[in-house]
Design a protein around this ligand. Structure first.
Ligand code: GEK
Length: 258
């Protein structure tokens, strides 16, 4: 099932004109309108990671939680859900009564659209879309947490607390899937990865102006860690086991086991 009607997804033309140098990237209505096109053309492996989420969920969501009506359900958090692509992928895999999804994003433009898309596609499912800062939310006991390209937008100093909150909420046997853009510690490797990443964007139709405009807008907004840095932080918050299961250029996805 497609996430949105392709006819209503705008082509990403956000950085096709010279920008005010002070302009910063924000998840507003303009971004929402072209988001599916933008993320697919800008994030190597985005579709592959989404496709694996229901496969992981099948193995790790064991109906450990109590639903509102007293029935056993699997509760999954989609943190920084944007238009709900990860929630969509999961909902398609579970019967409505077996799954409870809580999709949270700080951008009202995102959550408004996500709620419509999810409700239109999965009206029978228990999916709550919440507009909130994930730093302020107390998570309920859950089986799976998805942080797909979200932690990178939080100030570095706030990342441990968010992961601790997730660790504490996960039931034994549950998982966190953490997908992030990273940088390499070695400068030469990093330069190679960044150049090939720009080649990836060129191959997907972005011009030099669009690539440099987006890079400037994301400066100090999207702050990457190294892959080792992510693993160290997961250790720090208590995850005893965590594995890099996917890497495509400078984008990685880690699964952390509770
Ligand atoms: C996907 N996961 O398609 N609290 C909640 N949301 C936040 C916060 C915060 N403090 N900061 C940023 N966001 C999605 C893609 S996009 C990735 C995630 C990207 C939200 C922000 O509003 C945006 O919707 C999302 O994190 C990041 O699977 O655009 O590169």
């Amino acid at each position: 099932m497609s996430q949105s009607n392709p006819a209503t997804i705008k082509h990403d033309t956000l950085f096709t004109t010279p920008l005010d140098k002070a302009a910063r990237f924000s998840f507003d209505e303009q971004v929402v309108a072209c988001f599916p096109d933008m993320i697919r053309r800008s994030v190597p492996g985005y579709g592959q990671v989404l496709a694996m989420l229901p496969i992981f969920a099948r193995r790790h969501c064991k109906y450990r939680q109590q639903g509102d009506d007293g029935r056993r359900v699997s509760r999954v958090y989609d943190l920084g859900c944007s238009l709900g692509a990860a929630s969509m992928a999961l909902a398609g895999e579970f019967a409505p009564q077996d799954l409870q999804i809580k999709a949270i994003d700080i951008s009202p433009a995102m959550t408004t659209k996500a709620a419509t898309v999810l409700n239109d596609n999965y009206p029978e499912h228990d999916i709550e879309v919440v507009t909130a800062d994930i730093r302020d939310v107390t998570l309920e006991p859950c089986d799976m947490v998805i942080l797909n390209l979200t932690l990178q937008f939080l100030p570095a100093a706030d990342r441990v607390a968010v992961l601790e909150n997730i660790y504490n909420a996960l039931s034994e046997g549950g998982i966190l899937v953490l997908t992030e853009k990273t940088h390499a510690f070695d400068e030469q490797y990093d330069a190679w990865l960044v150049e090939r990443y720009y080649d990836f964007k060129r191959a997907n139709g972005y011009t030099e102006m669009e690539i440099s405009g987006k890079r400037n807008a994301l400066e100090n907004v999207l702050i990457t860690d190294t892959l080792d840095g992510h693993h160290q932080r997961l250790d720090e918050v208590g995850f005893a086991r965590h594995l890099t299961w996917f890497q495509f250029l400078n984008f990685v996805s880690i699964v952390a086991f509770k």
